[in-house]
Structures are given as C-alpha cells and as structure tokens.
Design a protein around this ligand. Sequence first.
Ligand SMILES: [Zn+2]
Length: 310
Amino acid sequence: MSDPVRTPSLVECCSAAVGLVHGALRPKRPDERFQRSLTDVGLPTPRRTVRVTALPQVPRSVPTALIVEGRFAPRHILNALTTFVIEHREATFLVDPSVCLDVRKRAIAELPSVLRAVVTPPADTIATVTALRRAPLLPTPDFALPTHAHWDHVCGLLDLPGLPVHLHSIEHDWITSGTVAPAGGVRDSLIDRPIRRYDLDGPPVLTFTRSHDLFGDGSVVLVDLPGHTPGSVGVLAHTERGWVLLAGDAAWHTEQISGIRQKSSFPGDFVDNDRAEAFRTLQRLHLAQHYTTIIPTHDHTASRQLLSPL
Ligand SMILES: [Zn+2]
C-alpha cells in the first residue's frame, strides 16, 4: 500500500489563489544585489562528448499565466512529461523517467485533488517504457538519474523493474524520512531496486555552488539546483553541439529563465519546496543561459531541440 501524501490545507489553497492574482499584477522582482554577489567560475573542462536525446512526448497546451508569473503572451505554451537519454561511452542512462503505463491510476490518483486538476497529462501521453521501445537504436539504459524525486520524474521506473537509480543523497533523505511522502507515486517507484546515492562533492560550476562529475571526465556534471526540492540537480552535458543543461523543474519553461519569472503561485506554491531558494536558483540559471542551452524538463518546445533523428 502506498504511503499517505501531503495534502494542501484550505488556507494554503486560498493563499496560492491570492498569490496567483498578486503575482500576475506584480511579479516577483529579480534580486540584483544577490546576482552581483555571485561568482561565475566557468564551465568544466570536458575530455569527451555525450549524446543527449529527448524521447518523443505528446504535449498539452497550458495557460502561460499558470506557468510563468505575470506573463500572458503567448496565451498558451506547450508542456510535456519528457524523458531524456544520455549516451556516454561507459553507460547509457535516463534522465527523468517520467511516465508509467496507466499513469492516471498508478501515480496521479495518489496526488491531492487540487493538484490532479492541473497536472493530469493528455490521455495519449507516451509512457517512458513505450517511448524506449519505439527507439530501438538507442542503447538499453544502464541506470536512471532523476533530476528530483517528484512523481512525474520517477514513475516511469514502475515499468522498468530492477533498473538502478542514481539519487542525490539529500533528495533520498527527503523522500524517505517521515511518515508522509512529499508527493504521490514516488516511494513506490523507488522500492525494490538498487539506489546509488551520490553527493555533490565537486567544485562550483558557473554560479552553481557544487557539483558531481558523473564519469570523471567532465562530460556529464551534476549541478546543485535547490529550491523546487531540497536535492534537485541539473544535468550539464557536453555534446558535439555544445553544452546542454537539463534543468528538471528548477524552471518549467525557458521564458522563466530569460525573464527571471518564478512559477505562478498556483500551482507553484504546492510544488516548490522552498520558493525563496527556487528563485535564487532561477537567477543562477539566468546567468548560465549565456554559456549553455538550458532545457527545463517540461518545456516541450525547448526539448524538441534534442529530438532523436532516429
Ligand atoms: Zn515535474
């Protein structure tokens, strides 16, 4: 039986609704003093390239104002539950195995009803396991590496039994401590499989304070993107076409990064664990956008740059 999940109170729902209106009129302003305090130490020195591929996904059209605070044009943007495949000479791995088969029953049903209404994907959403079967020329994945442990970044694991998962130790501690799980469908996806915990034990990268060099050759470096969840990471990959940073849900859309706009309070208040920290991370991403292509996991338009040519 699944663990109980945290459900927002009526007061929290009202607060988010008020925040949505307030943010639409007066979006949170960038903190210029914070940005001036940051030191940019530059990019790693890679000795190899990797290939990054976005698996096909069916997007849904969502009001821009529910994603990017205070932004009304265009009126709608495309949002998708995308999974990425990274091919390195030593291993192939999935970033954000996002959708299981029958996702409405197996994961979304566990979410609080206030969230179900806004996150339910289209009926023809492609499960991660199905997308992999449709791409037979991609190597079989050796492990998965979620950018963070929310249901829409791990529940595809339910159809990939035994696949090892690399998980930031801070994130692992966060989802396993306490009797109430932080989000639906998460613990079920991670039980009965090898979990390889890692720490961000490496030096700063760009303005991100710490990192982890996954293969020791600078080709895939995990960077700290806290706020959305305590242990959220970005996956910085060196490809033949330059650097790509898979940013998870540190932003939902590149418009947030270019314009420094936080997620709208509804539903952002319910999904960002620490809104102030998330906003600081967003400003670090804004500074990084000049050196790397940034792909938020759910930004369908951005991820199309990485569609497989297969
Ligand atoms: Zn997400």
